[in-house]
Design a protein around this ligand. Structure first.
Ligand SMILES: [Zn+2]
Length: 465
């Protein structure tokens, strides 16, 4: 009998501990990712809430209406097809085909989920629809449209532009895109146009990652910028031979020059000298391997490789090949942190939410995501990125009269004939604090196929000054 009692007591204690842990985890998850849970498709109460509410209107940063609704609560869109296509991944669509667009991720505002019971009751009794909150986004529809017009028509890819001082996203374009008024076949299209390539697609960022390797060198090698490396055009690591684009040979070269001309061999040597642990720590300080939980955007976590860290793999990680998985949005954050004295701002999409009586329901406040590196190191990398534009692989991103800094990349992907063209960069001017990341898949070199689009973005921003 005593034994049974004891076993029973242990069982009760065990079950209690499990229950308490479950409740604690539930409270924690709601706190950390409340609107992620709220906007998820498994939340059936949301569907009920949506009936009986006219969703709020969505405006761009300049007050241009991007989405409205009729009095039955059905979505109405901008009259211009290019505008609709340019914004489909930002706004999403009411049926959730695009995951985590504003339409679903900010549905708690668009459908006024926090409306008082008095208002709900009075609406129910009078038989009237309630009104959701109107949202003003940080997006520039003009810039988004220009990017859609200029992006190669037959390519997939991603473009994102943000204010590196505040984190405001000015444009977020994924290609291919589609018209929210012509949804037939979109969900079954093998090209998956509903995927947001800026936030959901992860890939090796090619040589744009060299800015991270350079940051690791600055953090760990006191004389990094004074040293020279030797590039003989081929460098054997294990059974792998590392070469440079166009079979270039750079000879004796400083790290600043190696970034400007994008010398793979120097950055491979640098990675081997730093070692996997130090390169990983710097990559992690830039947010790789973080569990990203931004308030306005759902972004896939970027990854520094954890398996097979043999010399060959490590050597290829230095120049950004190997099995790195990084989203274009994350590379834009990397460039932004360099531009912003080493401080990475959290990306923001929502400037303001107003209810039907113009009462504020949400207001954007800039939020520091993390201090990535010292301001001094950020300055040194920015100067090296300036040389990329002045006399290196990024000359096609130059804009007369603007101080542009950048880095090109041509990411080799198994099974692809052409490389993915990358460019990350920013305007180094107090009054124009903007950074961008451009990716054109299977296009060729970043210098030829991504940098020119970055130039057009910088030029557009300059004309809006
Ligand atoms: Zn070289």
């Amino acid at each position: 009998m005593k034994l049974i009692k004891r076993k029973l007591r242990i069982a009760v204690i065990t079950v209690s501990i499990l229950l308490i842990s479950l409740v604690a985890y539930g409270v924690y998850s709601l706190g950390v990712s409340g609107n992620r849970w709220f906007s998820s498709s498994v939340n059936t109460s949301l569907r009920k809430v949506k009936q009986g509410v006219v969703p709020g209107r969505i405006y761009d940063r300049n007050g241009i209406q991007l989405a409205g609704a009729n009095n039955k609560g059905e979505r109405l869109y901008h009259t211009d097809e290019t505008t609709r296509r340019s914004l489909v991944h930002v706004l999403g669509v009411p049926d959730g085909t695009v995951k985590n667009g504003v339409e679903t991720f900010m549905s708690y505002l668009l459908y006024a989920y926090d409306d008082s019971y008095v208002r709900r009751l009075s609406a129910a009794f009078s038989g009237q629809m309630r009104n959701g909150y109107d949202l003003r986004l940080s997006i520039s529809s003009g810039l988004s449209r220009m990017i859609t017009d200029q992006f190669p028509k037959d390519k997939s890819g991603a473009v994102v532009v943000m204010n590196y001082r505040t984190g405001e996203i000015l444009s977020l374009n994924s290609f291919p895109n589609f018209d929210p008024l012509a949804m037939e076949g979109v969900a079954t299209n093998p090209q998956k146009p509903y995927i947001n390539n800026v936030t959901q697609w992860r890939s090796a960022p090619g040589s744009t990652f060299k800015v991270v390797t350079l940051a690791a060198a600055l953090a760990n090698l006191p004389d990094a910028m004074e040293r020279t490396f030797t590039c003989t055009g081929a460098y054997q690591v294990g059974e792998s031979i590392i070469t440079d684009a166009g079979n270039a040979t750079h000879g004796e070269i400083t790290l600043q020059r190696a970034l400007a001309v994008s010398c793979n061999i120097t950055f491979a040597k640098l990675a081997l000298e730093l070692g996997d642990e130090q390169l990983r720590l710097t990559a992690q300080s830039f947010g790789l391997d973080d569990h990203l939980l931004f308030s306005d955007l759902v972004v896939e976590n970027s990854r520094y490789p954890s398996k097979d860290r043999i010399a060959k793999e490590l050597a290829w990680t230095g120049p950004g090949q190997s099995v790195l998985f990084v989203t274009p949005l994350h590379m834009c954050l990397v460039a932004s942190a360099i531009a912003n004295d080493g401080v990475m701002m959290a990306p923001k999409l929502l400037l303001q939410a107003l209810d039907h009586h113009k009462q504020g329901k949400a207001q954007m406040t800039p939020l520091v995501y993390k201090q990535v590196m010292t301001a001094k190191d950020a300055d040194i990398i920015a100067e090296a990125m300036r040389q990329v534009i002045l006399s290196g692989t990024g000359t096609r991103a130059a804009v007369p009269g603007l101080k542009i800094c950048g880095k090109t990349g041509s990411a080799q992907i198994d099974g692809q004939e052409s490389t993915n063209a990358w460019f990350v960069g920013f305007i180094d001017e107090k009054t124009l604090p903007y950074a961008c990341c451009v990716v054109v898949n299977e296009a060729g070199e970043g210098s030829r196929h991504a940098a020119p689009l970055a130039r057009q973005i910088f030029e557009y921003i300059k004309t809006q000054r």
